[in-house]
Design a protein around this ligand. Sequence first.
Ligand SMILES: Nc1ncnc2c1ncn2[C@@H]1O[C@H](COP(=O)(O)OP(=O)(O)OP(=O)(O)O)[C@@H](O)[C@H]1O
Length: 326
Amino acid sequence: MTEADAHMDFDLELEPDDLDEEAPEAPIGDPCLVVDDLHVVYRVVGSRARKEAEKGAEVREAQTKPSFVKRLVTASRQHTGGVSEVHAVRGISFTVRHGESVGIVGINGSGKSTLLRAIAGLMPPSSGSVHVSGEPSLLGVNAALMPQLTGERNIMIGGLALGLTPKQVEERFDEVVEFAGIGDFVYLPMRTYSSGMAARLRFAISSSASPDILMIDEALATGDAAFKARSKARIEDVRQNAGTVFLVSHSISTVEAMCTRVLWVHQGKLVMDGPTHEVAERYKDYVRSLRPVGRKGGKGGKGGGRAGGRNGKGARKVGVGGATGS
Ligand SMILES: Nc1ncnc2c1ncn2[C@@H]1O[C@H](COP(=O)(O)OP(=O)(O)OP(=O)(O)O)[C@@H](O)[C@H]1O
């Protein structure tokens, strides 16, 4: 797959709901999250998995010498391809303060979800570290809820994981179901849900406890206009209470409407970090440059005119060389 193909589901179109919207300012407080030279490496077994992984990140053969016992055991198995390592996050560092809403953008396979999961504590760093102040009870929307259990049971488990008491979960149950818009499906196993329903339920659970850090991975793309409006209001609530929001989205207009700061990740590295309008404009230019000749970049064209300093703070360009396909 070429890089031009890889970005194709990135949506530069402005959503009607988001037109001319910018994330409102909120008081910015002390640092609440420090990510220091973070590396995340996946180990991939078998050639098919390796092919999948090669889409975006650096892949290399794992430097492992199998133990004597392992060599004996695998000698009797059919060879399925070696063990590879996918270096999905490569030396990312940044600091986030209370009250910031941070968008993470990048083409497919660039490492956004892996970074989010590592920040949420769902993925152990291979090296480097993530320091979180306050409640470490982060339940990212990618947190593994259990597909074989009903939505009802998952709301309870997710609520408890966020630090709520059983009584508090019960009190918030109706609100979570209504927010997610899943109706009576809540009494069916989650494996019967569409991916959109599951994403909306995870978002509703993870935002129900006013977490210190709210992580959102694509959930906003899965709802209708009313769900988006509810989500926006909830994100603002979290920020106004000096919480921090992380948002991974393929919709640049959603990031522009909801975030005060954007991190641009490419091939596992942070290539730009700064105020939303600056990073979004540069990122849109980059995505347009990837479009094959003859394909109109008109979607993004509409969104290109919203430059103009909001707070005068400059973006930190960490090394855009990576974004040109290094
Ligand atoms: N469980 C896994 N095992 C092995 N490799 C993985 C795994 N999950 C992700 N990867 C690889 O790590 C790299 C980063 O993936 P990640 O999902 O973080 O990217 P992304 O930017 O969120 O992508 P997308 O926009 O397509 O969702 C990719 O090369 C991907 O193939």
